[in-house]
Design a protein around this ligand. Structure first.
Ligand code: FPP
Ligand code: MG
Length: 443
């Protein structure tokens, strides 16, 4: 089932980038989401290399490894488009805008690189940025540093501004651009770890990091990125955003653990039972949120918080609901594509990693409803001789793939629906278009 979206009234030229999500046909009159923020997407990528500098060249190479290959950049895209679709609407916008021009934490772009602690305390050596460390050659003697300079205080007129209209032309605050980088860093760190867990030989058209550098360095590289992402997060100067993004880091780990969880019948019950299947679905959707949607949902919410949207206003809720729904849709499509790649194995294309990893995703769980013999295969994680092939056959004979796709469409449609609480804008139209592309993507 494919959703058909009504064309919008304001037509713009379509510019397609060569990413898998952006490569598909866009409905006429919908802006290309990637084209709308193409310069910023390219800029944040270049700047990321600066954030990940290390005195250890090997560590720097691993940390940057996945950023040097083309990626979908879906997460930064969502963050930037939501910034463009809401900046100016929140009650704290004027304050955020004023702060973005000041030399202070959460302020102008250069300030976001400034350490909050003195160099000889922070000791975080990044040769690509100003000195944030000191020498260890001498004994550290006690000294009282000079009192820090007073931070600029916002004029009272700024706090009381009541005008609430979308900023035109659309623009993105330095903190929101930095957030987009932080979110990409967290994502890349999770992929470095994921490729160790999944023993993946390939990623983004090349060798995976564990294959290229070994497991130990891939894990350490991921941890290093998380450390640098946390430093950058603290310099955004917003405790709620820090909390949201830090919680994504634990969600990712919990999602990965949930994914490993066995599907098993409670003591004394026959397997399969409807309760076991229901629980398997609950765990699957929970895992899908934690592993994939959490970063999009909380990243999106953080973006509008940094743009001055406050509690009691609808914008934070829109951002979170959009990110969560599109994130779940994205992962459901991923799970479908894994089966479609299996279908292509006869044509020499690799794929079908999920069953090999013992994972029962949407298509297998739906197939279980039609073919009870799927239950024992799921329970033993497709580990028996011929299990993977039998599971593929059962999925093929069932409506599992179509039903998972239909579920993805339902989540994507909901993501588009919640956007209707925002004023019309090109960025909103691009976010709408993204929900369609996530469903249509082929890789
Ligand atoms: C890709 O899934 C993996 C993730 C989206 C998250 C992985 C999370 C961890 C390994 C926990 C560690 C977290 C941090 C923050 C270091 P996939 O295997 O389904 O997709 P793939 O085909 O791209 O590998
Ligand atoms: Mg993987």
């Amino acid at each position: 089932m494919i959703i058909v979206l009504l064309p919008r009234s304001s037509c713009r030229p379509l510019i397609s980038l060569a990413s898998s999500i952006s490569a598909h046909n866009t409905s006429p009159c919908r802006p290309d989401p990637f084209a709308l923020v193409a310069p910023q997407l390219s800029q944040i990528r270049t700047d990321l290399v600066r954030l990940l500098g290390s005195a250890h060249p090997g560590l720097e190479e691993i940390a940057n490894y996945y950023f040097l290959r083309p990626s979908k950049q879906l997460r930064p895209l969502i963050i930037m488009l939501l910034a463009q679709a809401t900046n100016g609407l929140g009650k704290n916008w004027s304050l955020k805008k004023w702060t973005s021009e000041q030399a202070r934490p959460g302020g102008r772009a250069e300030s976001l690189n400034e350490p909050l602690s003195r160099a000889n305390i922070l000791n975080d050596w990044n040769p690509k940025m100003e000195a944030q460390t000191s020498s260890y050659d001498s004994l550290l003697s006690l000294s009282l540093p000079s009192t820090p300079t007073q931070l600029p205080v916002p004029p009272t007129s700024i706090c009381s501004t009541t005008e609430r209209t979308l900023i035109s032309p659309a623009f993105i605050l330095p903190t929101q651009l930095r957030l987009a980088q932080i979110v990409e860093m967290v994502h890349a760190a999770s992929l470095l770890h994921d490729d160790v867990i999944d023993e993946s030989p390939l990623r983004r058209g090349g060798l995976s990091a564990p294959e290229a550098f070994g497991n130990k360095f891939a894990v350490l590289g991921g941890n290093f990125i998380l450390g640098r992402a946390s430093i950058a997060l603290s310099r955004l100067g917003d405790p709620e955003v820090t909390q949201l993004i830090a919680s994504v880091m634990s969600n990712l780990v919990e999602g990965e653990i949930l994914q490993m969880q066995d599907v098993e019948s409670p003591d004394g019950q026959e397997f399969p039972s409807s309760q076991v299947a229901k629980k398997a679905w609950t765990v699957y959707l929970q895992k899908t949120y934690m592993k994939t949607a959490s970063l999009m949902a909380k990243g999106a919410r953080s973006s509008v918080i940094l743009g001055g949207c406050a509690d009691g206003e609808i914008y934070k809720e829109v951002a979170y609901a959009y990110g969560r729904n599109i994130g779940i849709a994205f992962q459901l499509v991923d799970d479908v594509l894994d089966y479609e790649a299996v279908e292509d194995t006869q044509l020499g294309k690799p794929g079908g990693a999920d069953l090999q990893l013992g994972l029962a995703t949407g298509p297998a769980l739906y197939a279980w409803e039609e073919h009870p013999e799927m239950g024992p295969l799921i329970e033993r994680k497709f580990s028996g001789a011929g299990d993977v092939e039998l599971a593929r056959t059962l999925v093929r004979k069932s409506a599992g793939v179509e039903r998972t796709r239909a579920l993805a469409v339902a989540y994507a449609t909901q993501a588009r629906e919640v956007l209707q609480a925002l004023p019309e804008s090109e960025a909103r139209a691009a976010l709408e278009s993204l929900t369609e592309r996530v469903i249509k993507r082929k890789s």
